[in-house]
Design a protein around this ligand. Sequence first.
Ligand code: F6P
Length: 367
Amino acid sequence: MTEKRLKRIGLLTGGGDCPGLNAVIRGVAKPAIQDHGITVVGIEDGFEGFVEGRMRELSRTDVSGIIGLGGTILGTSNKGDPFHYPIEGINGIEIVDASQKLMKHYKGWGLDCLIATGGDGTMHISKKLGELGMNIIGVPKTIDNDLDATDQTFGFDTACSIASEAIDRLHTTGSSHHRVMVIEVMGRYAGWIALMAGIAGGADIILIPEIPFKWSAVFQRVIERSTRGNRFSIVCVAEGAKAADEEVVIKETDIKRTDPIRFGGIGEHVAQRISEETGLETRCTVLGHLQRGGSPTAYDRVLATRFGTKAVELAIEGKFGHMVSLRGTHVSSVPIAEAVAKQRLVSRDGEIIRSARAVGMGFGDED
Ligand code: F6P
């Protein structure tokens, strides 16, 4: 498609909110409207709003002054998979295929393409919509950093900064009260936030899904520190971490969600077991949505801006079915199919883990 023929772009943000989404919206809308005379149609609340036809044209004023704002001015939802769409039926929630309804809105609004910003759920949906004939460009976002086809997603840097600051603050109470302080951070099946925040915050033990842990190793490390005279310990636990002989701890399952599993509870479980087995006073803090709330870091603002402007370039070049991607320091693109093929997980024998071990951090797998 040539620049002339591209007249109307749809734009949505899907999945959980994430610091930097507004910077992407701005990064798409400013060049599209100002430099290319393209109309940008903002879709409310992700794919849910698309199925329901809730959308509006964005003006330059709408996207001014939003680079530092957290959340998304368009709203988002993690419940609106059009191919697996929950509706209220006579016998409760029914799951239907609402993709044709969505396609009707796509055509009805005269869209030439859709720029979909989201995590792996959004990219899976985007791939399927591409197969139905929609012109799609993906923009990867997630604090979890678990998309394999990009070296980093925006939102991750902010989440790590917030989590490492939280660990700094927990040191205060830990050292004053001589307690074991457990902090549970997000990340789903990936341990990136726990690993990076744990290293940055100087945690003593980091538990991540990629390294199932042994309870004995966790207790031993805490006791060793205590007998050495270190009268407190910090344990940073990823929500998806699990003991080798146990299942992951889940808060709830909800079939309306694109990913039905909602993690939560491993931090409290770890704190309870440490307290019971070592006799040391232990507290648990669940950082929760503070990790993705508020203003993005400078790094995330810049990355999100680059992703947004690149998405417009790809749309103009007609490079549909591609997702924007960071490779090294360069922003390029990969086919969406490639982007959803594999999750990006921490390599358990990788350089980052070795570095953390070298400065004395434990991962609960030591003999
Ligand atoms: O994918 C981002 C994320 O924050 C995960 O780290 C977390 O498991 C999940 O979303 C929480 O989802 P919700 O906001 O729906 O509780």
